[in-house]
Ligand binder design. Structure first.
Ligand code: MIC
Ligand code: SF4
Length: 654
């Protein structure tokens, strides 16, 4: 990889010394590698999961893509596996037929959470991976550049198109020292979140370096890169070193190892130093992953539920840690403890080596290898309950219970809470022995389906049950866009608020039905209003659209006629999704102007004015003009005028 050093004369030379820059350089299709400049990168691998995948493949159909042009593409079924009626089953059959036709590997329901399975079986150092899930950077734990995106961008990458993004600034996170007993990798990323908050990573890539890196195994590194998504960062990555080689050996893929490290004289745009030896157990308080405090600060709060699992903390080491801590003990009778293994392979090893028995005997309820409670698929806490989870998101209501108090912690802290019934600093539970790691993690192939060859694939008919509805395309923008302010929101509105998941997850491939629940957690009347007014505008604060990559948070408002969002700032993936589905994303030039727009105001905008990045929106109700701006490239402006990327490409073809 070092031969990239002098090849890019327009590139920022500092960038080429970083792991992130080396991978970008190796995959550069368009643009200059300089922070803030738009680049197009070649995508080696894609992943989708069922909750975003059905729509991504419906879009691929609209785009006329019929075969994966990537090195490897995997379709996972992991989010929505409960099958309370025909809807999920319809989605799963559609996905299975798509995988066979397009040449994708299918990871069936029960095989595991996409990011954990991808890390074990497919992610490779030095490769690029685009996934329709915001936690795709989990693959950064193995030195693979994982980026989360909307389904349409993944569909385009599947068809061989480059992925376009603004070159991020590279933040070097220097790790020194070694974690103390009962302090975990989760505490490292919680510390990063404590310092950066939920929007401190926007426009940045987080790259880990320094002597402390070698003390962390690949699954521990993946816990850290996974939850980097919560800072809003474009991606997070660790180098590929001997520890990476050990992991690849353990999962039987050592031939895929390459060394990939930053140059010795690397200089990052910004450096954050973390002495692992000084970290203490941390916890994120309700209702934000960025509201991080030492566990000791909230110790003693009564706990009703503990959930272990999710793509952040469901590796073999995580669950063996839980088994060691629980062995011979019993979960407090007032607490419900669930454990969701991250993959079938992890589950198998736990069973084979007896750890499963220790978990069961202690009173843990073992769930399927899926996202489960993390995305509100079961285990909603009782009203007002305190739930401690090893997950990555605790937005209000995401658990399925609006007034539940969800805390995010390491496995060590979560198990301590399950045993004591109150929030507990795990260091008070005594020391844990070194977790013995097996030489081999035996990969279980039973729920992996390889696609047929292209000859056979041509004969495959796509299976479309009644829950699979085609995607409607938006028309071109009129000369003047005029509409009512339908809703005015505060800072950090997550896509879980815009388009709730939980019980509505089975509607992901049925936009007309799903659209009935847009903004439901904050305004149950939104759908009626939007229908009555025939669409309109949304006003928001900072970091609008943080969290999940679900493009439904743009697709469904677009379906209801939302024409524009004026916010103080946007989260990266959601901004791209708005453009893809024809919703004009504008930011206030002066954030105080947020106060000059009220719900029900009538706004107007000249479409031609979008050719400049500085423009005004007329507030017809108040008789004032509000200066706004956008960050769209000329090509994005062209697409938004055509009704969004999907509408544009479907009319012009790829
Ligand atoms: C999430 O953790 O919020 C999800 C569910 O995995 C989403 C994807 C989705 O909404 O389907 C994500 O992180 O992108
Ligand atoms: Fe699944 Fe939760 Fe991970 Fe999203 S964050 S991929 S819902 S486990």
């Amino acid at each position: 990889m070092n031969e990239t050093k002098n090849t890019f004369k327009d590139a920022d030379p500092k960038l080429l010394k970083t792991v992130t820059g080396k991978i970008f350089a190796q995959h550069l299709a368009k643009g200059a590698l300089k922070p803030g400049e738009e680049i197009g990168i070649v995508i080696d691998q894609t992943l989708t999961q069922d909750a975003t995948g059905t729509v991504a493949y419906l879009e691929a159909e609209v785009l006329g893509i019929d075969r994966a042009r990537t090195e490897l593409s995997v379709s996972y079924i992991d989010h929505n596996t409960l099958k309370m009626d025909h809807k999920n089953a319809d989605d799963h059959d559609y996905l299975q037929s798509v995988a066979a036709k397009y040449g994708l590997i299918l990871s069936k329901a029960g095989n595991g959470i996409c990011h954990q399975v991808h890390l074990e079986r497919f992610a490779r150092p030095g490769k690029t991976l685009l996934g329709s899930d915001s936690h795709t950077p989990t693959a950064g734990g193995i030195g693979c550049m994982g980026i989360g995106a909307g389904g349409l961008d993944v569909a385009l990458a599947l068809g061989g198109e480059p992925f376009y993004l603004k070159t991020p600034k590279i933040v070097g996170i220097k790790l020194t020292g070694k974690l103390k007993p009962m302090v975990a990798a989760k505490d490292v990323i919680l510390e990063v979140l404590r310092r950066l908050g939920v929007k401190g990573g926007v426009g940045k890539a987080l790259e880990y370096f320094g002597p402390g890196v070698k003390t962390l195994s690949v699954p521990e590194r993946a816990t850290i890169t996974n939850m980097g998504a919560e800072t809003g960062a474009t991606t997070s990555i660790f180098p590929s070193d001997e520890v990476t080689l050990d992991f690849l050996r353990c999962v039987g893929r050592e031939e895929q190892w390459i060394r990939l490290e930053a140059d010795d004289d690397v200089e990052y745009d910004e450096v954050i130093e973390i002495d692992l030896g000084k970290l203490v157990p941390l916890i994120a308080k309700p209702h934000s992953p960025g509201d991080v405090v030492p566990v000791s600060e909230v110790a003693g709060i009564k706990v009703n539920q503990v959930c272990i699992g999710s793509c952040t903390n469901s590796s073999f080491k995580d669950l063996v840690t839980a088994a060691y801590m629980l062995k011979g003990k019993r979960v407090k009778p007032e607490v419900s403890l669930t454990v969701s293994p991250g993959s079938m392979s992890v589950y198998y090893e736990l069973a084979e080596r007896g750890y499963l028995a220790d978990l069961i005997a202690a009173g843990a309820r073992i769930l399927e290898c899926t996202c489960g409670p993390c995305i509100g698929q079961g285990q909603a806490p009782r009203s007002g309950a305190v739930s401690v989870r090893t997950f990555n998101r605790n937005f209000k209501g995401r658990s399925g219970t609006a007034d539940a108090q969800v805390y995010l912690s390491s496995v060590e802290t979560a198990v301590s809470c399950a045993l004591t019934g109150v929030i507990t600093d795990p260091r008070s539970m005594g020391e844990l022995c070194e977790i013995p790691m097996p030489e081999k993690l035996r990969m279980q192939p039973a729920l992996i389906v390889e696609p047929p060859d292209s000859e056979e694939a041509r004969k495959v008919e796509l299976i479309r049950g009644p829950n699979i509805k085609p995607i409607e395309l938006r028309g071109e923008l009129p000369e003047k866009v005029q509409g009512t302010v339908l809703i005015k929101l505060e800072d950090n509105i997550s896509t879980d608020i815009i388009m709730p998941a939980g019980v509505y997850l089975p509607l992901r491939s049925n936009v007309p039905e799903y659209a009935k629940h847009v903004f439901e957690p904050v305004d149950p009347d939104f759908y009626r209003k939007a229908k009555e007014k025939n669409g309109g505008f949304v006003i928001a604060g900072e970091n609008y659209g943080q969290g999940s990559s679900r493009e439904h948070a743009a697709l469904c408002p677009s379906y209801l006629g939302v024409m524009g969002v004026i916010a103080k700032s946007f989260a990266r993936i959601h901004l791209a999704n708005l453009i893809n589905f024809g919703i004009i994303p504008l930011t206030f030039k002066n954030s105080d102007d947020y106060d000059r727009v009220a719900p029900d105001d009538e706004l107007q905008l000249d479409t031609a004015a979008l050719d400049s990045s500085d423009l005004v929106v007329k507030n017809l109700t108040k008789g004032i003009e509000i200066p706004v701006q956008h960050s769209m490239t000329p090509s994005e402006v062209m697409r938004i005028k055509a009704g969004g990327t999907l509408a544009y490409i479907s009319r012009h073809k790829l």
